[in-house]
Design a protein around this ligand. Sequence first.
Ligand code: HEC
Length: 108
Amino acid sequence: MKRAATLLLVYFAFGSSVALCADAPAKADPSVGKQMVDKASCNTCHDKMMGGDGNRIFTRPDRRITSAPALTKMIRSCIAGTGASLFPEDAEHIAAYLNERFYKFESK
Ligand code: HEC
């Protein structure tokens, strides 16, 4: 009986690590990106610049970002400005969110 339980444990441990591995190269997820933008208070700076509605920075007529790679790059440098504990890879999720909601570039 004990042995069966151990086997079961091993099975679950192994099974879930395989699941984790399968998730690793997951596609950038806009909903994850949105949570990050909210949590990292990205718009505290942008709010001040845009008179209260920081999101307007992404749609302003003279916006700086005109391509998907430029967007990811800008997000990386802005992440550095937040002091939030975001990883460089998180920029991909954030880019997916900002692109879906505001920029609407074709693809990367
Ligand atoms: C320390 C202040 C600050 C913080 C915090 C900040 N930003 Fe920015 N962000 C700026 C400034 C300043 C600009 C405009 C740069 C310019 O116009 O030259 C900007 C511009 C941008 C742009 C380009 C807008 C355009 O014109 O198309 C994006 C995208 C962006 N930020 C994303 C983010 C994200 C995502 C976060 C959170 C991870 C973030 N920013 C946090 C200061 C900040």
